[in-house]
Design a protein around this ligand. Sequence first.
Ligand code: SAH
Length: 353
Amino acid sequence: MKQNIQKVIDKAVRKHELTREEIIVLLSCEFFHKNSLFVAANRVREKYLGDAVHLRGLIEFSNYCRRNCSYCGLQCANKKLKRYRMSMKEIYQAALGAYALGYRTIVLQSGEDFYYDADKIADLVRRIKKLGLAVTLSCGVRSFEEYRLWREAGADRYLLKHETADPALYQTLHPDSSFSERLEALIHLRRLGYQVGSGCIVGLPGQTLESLADDLLFLKALDVEMAGIGPFIPHPDTPLMSFPQGSAEMVLKMVAVLRLLLPLAHLPATTALATVGNDFRAQALRCGANVIMPNVTPRKYRQLYAIYPHKAGVKDTPVKSRQQIVEMITALGRKIATDQGHSPKEKFCQAVS
Ligand code: SAH
């Protein structure tokens, strides 16, 4: 068995391909092999992407949401949450501030909030692009036409996590949507030439190793440019409040295996991972991750974007968040990327100037 695991790792390093069974072997491996897996993933990251860590400034511009995802504190059934919407001016100011701090990509994220219609978002994208920032949108499922308008306005990337690739589990967690709807949105984004980001939650109630392996195979099949993987964190005002938190160890293994499968993908060390333990973000950077998304949302709104409780860095100013992250990256012997950090896949290098 021991030799087998090493063989599976070697195959993944060589071919960037694994079967479902092989992925399950890696996700189940214990201490000794876990280290070999992490070392291999770190090497692949170094070989294909170098030492640069890309920082993306995250602006959480609205916590209104029409959905009822059962793990998420923003679900519309949560009447305890004070809702907010940032004005166009506030969002633009936050982007300006992020630029001044050195960010070259901003991520505009929100609940599914139709108050921001297609034109509002398109205007915002146009104005922010003029600053010389790359723009990632993460506003949930919208129509093909809306995605098209935003892409034409200059949006570079779109982040829409698939959450779980197990359609039955997806259905139980998302009473008002379906896996096929989410998949269709991802396919629309792909057709429109976005750099596509997706990803999953680890440790959801009812999730199995098989379904985690399917998450990785899904990301591989979609050949995503970015993928965020974070642990499930129970929120006290949701139906999943009494389920256990997802395992950070399993998240790290998922990141490592995904790095072997997708050597060119941008993989963040997620905020959810930092929330379950301070050191896990650094660990993720050492087993395949190469991106961090520090929060640049104005302080008065930050606490209210409560997808899960006790979010890391929620009380820090944008200056302090960045400082701490820069210190951590430097301590690891890595450096901060100074460019916009587009996907290194050739098609995007050519398509986006
Ligand atoms: N409306 C957008 C953004 C959703 S919030 C969209 O639909 O894409 C961003 C991410 O937070 C989600 O994709 C989900 O993966 C994560 N998330 C929400 N609640 C969570 C929880 N309790 N634990 C861990 N991750 C959670």
